[in-house]
Design a protein around this ligand. Sequence first.
Ligand SMILES: Cc1cc2nc3c(=O)[nH]c(=O)nc-3n(C[C@H](O)[C@H](O)[C@H](O)COP(=O)(O)OP(=O)(O)OC[C@H]3O[C@@H](n4cnc5c(N)ncnc54)[C@H](O)[C@@H]3O)c2cc1C
Length: 475
Amino acid sequence: MVSDRIQKLVDHFGDRAILDDATLEEYSHDYTEVLDVVPDAVIYAESVEDVQYVVRFANEYNVGVTPVSGRTNGGGLAVPYRGGVILDLSRMNKIHVIDEDKRYCVVEPGVTYGKLLEELERRGLCVSIPRSPVSKASVIGNLLITGYGHMAAKTGFQSDLVTGLEVVLGSGECVKLGSASLTKSWMSRQPLPDLCGLVLGWGGATGIVTKAGISIFKKPEYSDLVCFGAKGKFDRSLFQLLMRLLDLDMIDELTCCTWGHPYLDIELCDPERRDTAPDMFFNLRLSATTKSMIDCKVNAVIDHIKMEHDRNKSIDLIDLSKEQKESFATIPLPESKRIATLAEEKALGVTNPTAILPLVNMIDILPKVEVVLQRYGIPLMFFLNTFKGSRLCSFMVHILFDKEGGIITSLLKEIVETFIESEGVTWKAPPSIWALEQKHMDGGALQTVAKIKQLLDPKGIMHPGQLNLPPTARC
Ligand SMILES: Cc1cc2nc3c(=O)[nH]c(=O)nc-3n(C[C@H](O)[C@H](O)[C@H](O)COP(=O)(O)OP(=O)(O)OC[C@H]3O[C@@H](n4cnc5c(N)ncnc54)[C@H](O)[C@@H]3O)c2cc1C
């Protein structure tokens, strides 16, 4: 039975307000440990005015609003934790600007990577692309969760590429942030203090982004992959090799993945998995504007790996067949349904607790995480990548778990504690993990988060529960 206040909203939006059980159920959950919560309604916005209408209505009638774009985050971030309405932005899918000279574009929240890439490729341009299903994953959702793309070792977090935002704040006002607040250009986050930080990484808890400017690049004429594998542990020599490779300052993307991780269909390399197959698989993406430049980069990287191989026989360059290489090198990656399929086949949940930490600390953190997982009978599977030529990496632990088993809460708690011990901070964390982390956080920082939230969303209607602040920090 729908309440009177929700009925009012439904009356306004007509067939763009959905109440049927199957749709509500679909928006109530994802594959993670986050508990299902059925929304009261799903509203499809088609304009900034629609977004403002919903936010103003929510303020007046005290209804929670959870914004979603492509709902592919896979981290429990788009669930309406405290009920209320889902505001689905996927129909706001216009590309407003592709400025080839100034190298930025301006998109709405429903613009997927697939759609943007099609337009960019026609112009010989590109953007940093996540491994997501690009027909659904939105550019704005990815920027907001500070994601990573295939150029991360060169360009940093996806949120680093934002050049301006248009946001409907929790109060209902629509504001422009960055150079677009002053000129017609969306080129930069200047001139004011960087106000984009009031929205990026907040998971919709302060406002709804209705447009974003993002840096775009010339599509490289040449690109190549160098892959190598390693047996055994992620040891000091491997780490040193990665440091040396990063110091070459030539790499667009550096990833490391354990065998069996669904992000890279690693089995493609060796479907039978021979005994000699590596336990870890390293993948370096290189690009250049001329053939001689790409050859030079590839040779430099291979020389370094060979040198390390001479010292440490557990490191090996891997020969890939042409098809295998193409399937890894092609960007966007072919749409992979493996995460969902694995989970569905086995009726399991999937969660990916992730730490951002110094690469050097991987030597310390890996055995500790492995010990924790072993206690729960779960094999270690992880995916690692580096950012902006720096010594910072993300370490994503992939866990398939039994939704009925009840162990996941304590397992995640132990993993987050291990992250923090090794100087890791969580990335793209759902509220339960963020709450664990808050226990270790500086009180002043938490109070500041609470004050900003109060200022931008005075009635607390924006994605309620997302920040999971402790009562003392609620202002
Ligand atoms: C197989 C697979 C591979 C993936 N690989 C990667 C990867 O390599 N790198 C990576 O970064 N991610 C990856 N992802 C995660 C995800 O696909 C991307 O980050 C995606 O771009 C997120 O966009 P979305 O539209 O799906 O966001 P959603 O899931 O819709 O939303 C993400 C968060 O942002 C909020 N939000 C959404 N839109 C708005 C808005 N307009 N205003 C305010 N808040 C909003 C939501 O409430 C939620 O908190 C992967 C996911 C899958 C399933």
